[in-house]
Write a protein that binds this ligand. Structure first.
Ligand code: UT7
Length: 359
């Protein structure tokens, strides 16, 4: 039987930092409120294109796996903030990486997109369609976040995470998964008409930012992340006590804490980095996984659970039997360019646009 092992991992975070103190200058909020209600202290704002972040994360993942880009069979890029409607962002990434033997496609399941993509990539490997797949979660949410709307400005940030998945005969990798959606609830978290539902013409600030009904999304996120997390543990034939590390979507520290409590997992078995990056949607899980490995939180043979929830409303969970590799084979010096601009200078086009009529 063919299994699919994560053999490489990497991340890319823009150098520009948006702190809670910065947000106090933009909207009626406070560091105390944001910290207590979300756990977020800072987020990153991109100064370039999303696939620039994806490229850096991918180069680290390729180096960790000891692979060259031409050895990839497929690039699967999870995003809900694509660079264009046509082509898929995965095409831009394929060109940047010169992955000349790879197919490439995007997958949009919003904040659950990376876990959806990881499950899809594993299935393609198990079916013999591909041997080596690059799976990337990347978002430039600062494009669709109105930093003058305190309901959403405090939550979202930019970033990318990537993994390499390779075929193996060893019984490792994805042991059980659950992919779900309730498409009747799309209005709870969406950018209303920033697509072909809009009328032809320039983007309208009134309808081009993320809108969120926070409390309802919060409740559903806690329920679905804990229920789907418990389901994949059961379907993998594990007990919850067997789980070594939960790598959850980072939307709100309180969502993570409540979901872990419902699962009966001690906080020592939960990886969080939301304080540093906020919610980077499909990028949160691969960034968190990369940092968990960097910090020695994953040991050979560990049992991991990924759990995510987001717009759509989608959810996804995966029970992952880790293999032997917890150290990168090699490293890359790929890095995002530094900038002399202040965070307010980087945000100026966003602020100018939404000042003209955003909510
Ligand atoms: O990937 C899954 C996606 N999920 C999410 O992105 C987020 C899910 N939801 C949440 O994380 C939380 O609902 C929020 C962080 C968005 C909001 O936290 P909350 O504890 O649900 O606050 P709330 O909406 O119930 O608001 C409580 C109070 C209100 O004031 P009143 O009516 O009690 O006087 C709000 O007007 O806090 C006020 N408020 C704020 N105050 C300072 C709302 N936003 C802010 C703010 N700063 N940024």
């Amino acid at each position: 039987m063919r299994y699919a092992e994560i053999t490489g991992w990497g991340k890319a975070l823009p150098p520009t930092v948006l702190t809670n103190a910065d947000l106090e200058q933009l909207v009626d909020t406070s560091d105390d409120w944001i910290t207590a209600r979300t756990g977020i202290k800072e987020r990153r704002i991109a100064n370039g294109e999303a696939t620039e972040m994806a490229e850096v994360a991918s180069r680290h993942a390729l180096a960790a796996a000891g692979l060259q880009s031409e050895q990839l069979d497929l690039i699967l890029l999870a995003t809900c903030s694509p660079e264009s409607l046509v082509p898929a962002s995965a095409s831009y990434l394929q060109a940047r990486l010169e992955a000349v033997n790879a197919g490439a496609m995007d997958l949009n399941a919003n904040c659950s997109g990376f876990v959806y993509s990881y499950v899809t990539a594993t299935a393609l490997i198990a079916a013999g369609v591909a041997d080596r797949i690059l799976v990337v979660g990347v978002e430039k949410l600062s494009f669709i976040t109105n930093y003058l709307d305190r309901n959403t400005a405090i939550l979202f940030g930019d970033g990318a995470g990537a993994v390499i998945i390779e075929a193996t005969e060893e019984p490792v990798g994805l042991m059980a998964s659950e992919l779900g959606v309730d498409g009747t609830t799309t209005e709870l978290l969406c950018t209303p008409v920033d697509g072909t539902r809009g009328v032809p013409g320039p983007r309208d600030p009134a309808t081009s930012s993320i809108t969120l009904q926070g409390q309802e999304v919060f409740r559903r996120a806690v329920r679905m992340m804990s229920e789907s997390g418990a389901a994949v543990v059961r379907d993998a034939g594990w007990d919850l006590d067997d789980v070594d590390l939960l790598v959850p979507h980072q939307a709100n520290q309180r969502i993570i804490d409540a979901a872990a409590r419902r699962l009966g997992l001690d906080s020592s078995k939960v990886f969080t980095n939301i304080h540093a990056y906020g919610n980077t949607s499909s990028a949160t899980v691969p960034i968190a996984l990369t940092e968990a490995l960097e910090q020695g939180r994953v040991a050979p043979g560990d049992k991991l659970v990924f759990a995510a929830f987001g717009g759509g409303l989608t959810w996804a969970a995966a029970a992952v039997q880790w293999g032997a590799r917890v150290e990168p084979i090699s490293t890359s010096d790929a890095a995002l360019p530094k900038t002399d601009k202040s965070v307010m200078e980087v945000l100026k086009p966003n602020l100018d646009f939404f000042q003209k009529g955003g909510r």
